[in-house]
Design a protein around this ligand. Sequence first.
Ligand SMILES: NC(=O)c1ccc[n+]([C@@H]2O[C@H](COP(=O)([O-])OP(=O)(O)OC[C@H]3O[C@@H](n4cnc5c(N)ncnc54)[C@H](OP(=O)(O)O)[C@@H]3O)[C@@H](O)[C@H]2O)c1
Length: 283
Amino acid sequence: MSKEKVLITGGTGQLGIDISEVLKGQQYDVYAFSREELDISNNSQVIEKLNKIKPDIVIHSAAYTKVDLAEENQDDAYLINAIGTRNVAVAADKIKAKLVYISTDYVFDGEKQGKYNEFDIPNPKNVYGRTKLAGENIVRDFHSEYFIVRTSWLYGENGSNFVKTMLLLAEKGVQIKVVNDQLGSPTYTIDVADKISELIKTQLYGIYHVTNSGSCTWYEFANKIFEYAQKKVNVEPVSSMEYTQIAKRPQNSVLDHMGLRLNNFPTMRNWENALIEFLLTKR
Ligand SMILES: NC(=O)c1ccc[n+]([C@@H]2O[C@H](COP(=O)([O-])OP(=O)(O)OC[C@H]3O[C@@H](n4cnc5c(N)ncnc54)[C@H](OP(=O)(O)O)[C@@H]3O)[C@@H](O)[C@H]2O)c1
């Protein structure tokens, strides 16, 4: 039997690389493209690439991910996250490829008490969240066999992320201030990649929250990074008011895994266990 073909957009991003690695280990033919090789905002390039490769599955991980810059560069963010997603969704639907769209906890406003499930109504607080929600709606409008995978607070071996930044700051020995009033779930990219590999083997389409289990604030996350990495660092907790960022962030973006639970997928492991494994295997 011939292998299934998987095309990955944003294949050089921190998540795209790990999805690619996980699927290559599972007998898929993987085509992971950088922005230079496949610019999703270029509709004719998207159509040409998808028609040539004819993937069975498209994993759309490319995005404009600079949350603060998006406030000033709305057009760029919408061009990539909304129009680019339209290009991918329409082309994937045409060739009858399953579509996985990676979305974010930032589609929620953070005002709920308790975890957000897949049936809660999104209400993003910032431009990035609005563009990602626009992408979700476009996927629902233009494709029928899709998985919308919402994840959060990603870290992994590749790209820049909070864990790597904290470890770098620790090396410098500087005093670190970290926000202590935003609650979320740190999530290891390998765990998202593993879950995506389970989803795409099914036809259980829909929205899924895919984050590591449990929750913490960024301050608590920083402290655990230093504890498990055995670094002595002085971390000072600060409020969002004190630590000004251009884009507003949700106070609570913890996601409930109702979609995984109701469709009988195995649960996601706790974020601390994932973090320990990441720090142990980190090169
Ligand atoms: N990071 C997080 O904490 C987080 C949380 C929730 C959801 N997500 C979502 O997860 C997905 C992966 O994020 P990530 O952390 O892997 O981000 P990332 O490292 O910034 O990767 C994004 C990738 O998209 C590519 N890209 C940007 N514009 C493109 C375009 N016009 N055409 C093709 N590729 C383009 C980037 O290429 P260049 O580097 O060349 O620009 C990069 O390879 C995104 O959809 C993001 O919204 C991320």
